[in-house]
Design a protein around this ligand. Structure first.
Ligand code: FAD
Length: 546
């Protein structure tokens, strides 16, 4: 695309043009939120290959809880809500990170793609409502994670244009970095270590869209050369297992030869439950994604998105025809709240879903969501292979709300949302006469046909808010874990029990950092890139002296 050309991305190529065999100092699997800053940083001094199964983001306009993950250069940063906010200093301390280097890495990220949002009225009302609801102090605009209410950063610029982790590649060394797109890595290669018990990663195999296998090896002679997985929470544990690193019994079930029996791979994955309340507005509401957050002291973070009728012209000719086909964020076809499961999206299912939506009162689409995400969470699950095909999604179980403390956090979050919705500050965006509005909605074809997840109803809890939390749980797409620090990787993100292999992405987190994770995922890519380069040069200096 023109944009890619403007950025001078001559090092980005299609996998079908890749040689069948090639050699690099670092092979990074996954050009996502962590992989791009990592590749840009490592290319400052070494030959780096970045392999991404998706395509370019530029020029592209377009358990029962339905979820999504990215397949594009830039990863999750290409489809997320764009909110940018750092981890708390307690999180940084607990992670054993170097505070100074963390701050320098956050600043590097922020110089490249973080903006201060222009806050529309609905978000201003949310902010004031949060303060009225007692989520204080008012911290103004800040990227820091602090209790109270604040405006955070965004990766959308003032013109509303999204910037993504792929933008970091503008800072890469253009002759030291090679990126292959549409390159799906199917396994990591190992060679037996001479005289050592631990197997050594020696390269990877990837397939191009024609199904041709390409082998990439680490250059020999450099003991610091490495394969680094940055394939995300679902991708990295999957690839470790496909390569023989994981729970032995599970690998044997799929006929995979065990390279290293590692029971922690795929364990401890978590997805912060998100529950939201749609607040219908008597007046049209401008589109806004997350800009404001209330950081409560009871372990719940409150945010909002508004103007869900985006894509529907509010006035003018063609508005009705357009509205009949487009439900914006609710769209069964494309919207993040589309509730027809991806595999069931047949034309007939889509037609039925659209029909139900068409019967709803148009006013049902005017307003905004106030949502809450819980800290942690304490409920965790696991990832398992479904097959040995690297293109197939693994099976993921998050066990939402298994730990009752998660439910209580949700309940307190929903109570806070109710206070915000009833606040004086929010009054122009809510109906004074709630009962009349509810009756209008009930008449309009019934929202019962409009579930937000595929979970059974009324199964566990009879207390109304607890039940509301369980029944309306969605994802906020902040899933993490599966390759925990201390379980699968050590504090330097090296996979324990093997050599020459690290994992650097959201799969290493035990808890989701800050209120929203992308800032820290990007920071980690830069931070670990700098640390790996430093290790390399210290080592090289020592070797040069001998
Ligand atoms: C809809 C949505 C909304 C969100 N909103 C926000 C928000 O507002 N603020 C925020 O902070 N966070 C948000 N997040 C979360 C945030 O975007 C993620 O936590 C983050 O992107 C995870 O980064 P990652 O590097 O771990 O994985 P990813 O960014 O997903 O990168 C993994 C990459 O690896 C590639 N890959 C996987 N397997 C292979 C393979 N075998 N071979 C080659 N390539 C492979 C994938 O295609 C992908 O590009 C949101 C996420 C989503 C999905």
């Amino acid at each position: 695309s023109q944009e890619a050309q403007r950025y001078n991305f001559r090092f980005v190529r299609h996998a079908r043009d890749a040689p069948l065999v090639s050699y690099y100092n670092y092979i990074i699997v996954g050009g996502g939120t962590a992989g791009c800053p990592l590749a840009a940083t490592l290319s400052e001094h070494s030959r780096v290959l970045l392999l991404e199964r998706g395509g370019l983001p530029y020029g592209n306009r377009n358990d029962g809880v339905v979820n999504a993950r990215a397949r594009v250069l830039g990863g999750g940063s290409c489809l997320n809500a764009g909110f940018y906010t750092r981890a708390s200093s307690a999180y940084v301390r607990a992670s054993g990170w170097d505070h100074r280097l963390v701050n320098a890495s956050y600043r590097w990220v922020e110089r490249a793609l973080v903006f201060r949002p222009g806050v529309p009225r609905w978000q201003c009302a949310l902010r004031q409502g949060l303060l009225e609801a007692g989520i204080t102090p008012d911290n103004g605009y800040t990227l820091e994670h602090v209790p109270g209410t604040k405006i955070g950063g965004t990766i959308f610029d003032r013109r509303g244009r999204r910037h993504t982790a792929a933008d970091f590649l503008r800072q890469a060394h253009p002759r030291r970095l090679t990126v292959f797109l549409h390159a799906t890595v199917s396994r990591i290669l190992f060679r037996p270590a001479e005289g050592l018990a631990r197997p050594v990663a020696s390269g990877v195999v990837f397939t191009d869209p024609l199904g041709v296998e390409h082998h990439v090896y680490l250059r020999r002679g450099g003991s610091k050369n490495e394969v680094i997985l940055a394939a995300g929470t679902l991708g990295s544990p999957q690839l470790l297992m496909l390569s023989g690193i994981g729970p032995r019994l599970h690998l044997e079930k799929h006929g995979i030869r065990t390279i290293h029996d590692q029971p922690g791979v795929g364990q401890g994955v978590a997805d912060n439950p998100m529950n939201s309340v749609f607040v219908p507005s008597p007046i049209p509401v401008a589109l806004s994604l997350v800009q404001v957050v209330g950081v409560t002291r009871f372990g719940s973070f409150i945010e909002g998105v508004s103007g869900s009728q985006f894509g529907i012209p509010l006035h003018g000719r063609g508005a009705a025809r357009h509205a009949a086909r487009n439900f914006g964020m609710f769209s069964p076809m494309t919207g993040q709240l589309g509730t027809v499961p991806p595999r069931e999206r047949t034309p007939e299912a889509m037609r039925r879903a659209a029909e139900v939506m068409r019967r709803l009162d148009r006013r049902a689409f005017r307003g905004g969501f106030i949502l809450e995400k819980i800290l942690g969470p304490l409920s965790t699950g696991h990832i398992e292979l479904r097959s040995t095909d690297a293109h197939a999604n693994p099976a993921v179980t998050f066990n939402y709300f298994r730990d009752p403390r998660d439910v209580e956090r949700c309940v307190r979050g929903i109570e806070a949302i109710e206070r915000v919705a009833r606040s004086r500050a929010f009054s122009r965006f809510t109906y004074a006469n709630h009962t009349a509005m509810e009756a209008a909605f009930r008449r309009a074809a019934g929202t019962a046909y409009f579930p937000v997840n595929l979970l059974p109803r009324h199964s566990r809890d009879t207390r109304p808010l607890q039940q509301y939390c369980r029944e309306t749980v969605m994802t906020i797409w902040h899933y993490h874990g599966g390759c925990h620090v201390g379980g699968v990787v050590d504090r330097d993100y090296r996979v324990m029990g093997v050599q020459g292999l690290r994992v650097i992405d959201s799969s290493t987190f035990k808890y989701s950092p800050g209120t929203n994770p992308q800032a820290t995922v990007m920071m980690l890519g830069r931070y670990m890139g700098l640390r790996i380069l430093k290790e390399r040069w210290i080592r090289k200096g020592a070797e040069d002296k001998h």
